[in-house]
Design a protein around this ligand. Sequence first.
Ligand code: FES
Length: 107
Amino acid sequence: MDDAAQPHWMTVLPGGWRVPVAAGQTLLQAALDAGVRLPRSCRNGTCRACLARVVNGHTHHNIDWPGLLAEEKAEGWVLPCVACADSDLDLHAPGAVQLPARSGSAP
Ligand code: FES
């Protein structure tokens, strides 16, 4: 299989949940797809509700001007709603919670 098709793996800390992140997928969407809810609001990189820190690994933002200072970026802060994985990574997101497993029937 082509390496580009392989997902990167994100570990959401402090919970330790491991989440596959597909190429081009945002960290926020990958977490939600895996049943891990991160704080969020605008989903377009402006409100900073999702602010979290990459403590290992590499990411890039898929918009030119995410709502972060250069100093914050240098310290590893990212906006998961507009950030994509360039490697396996550890994301420190204290507000993350694991959603209950879906039963298959909508309420
Ligand atoms: S949800 Fe608003 S910046 Fe990420």
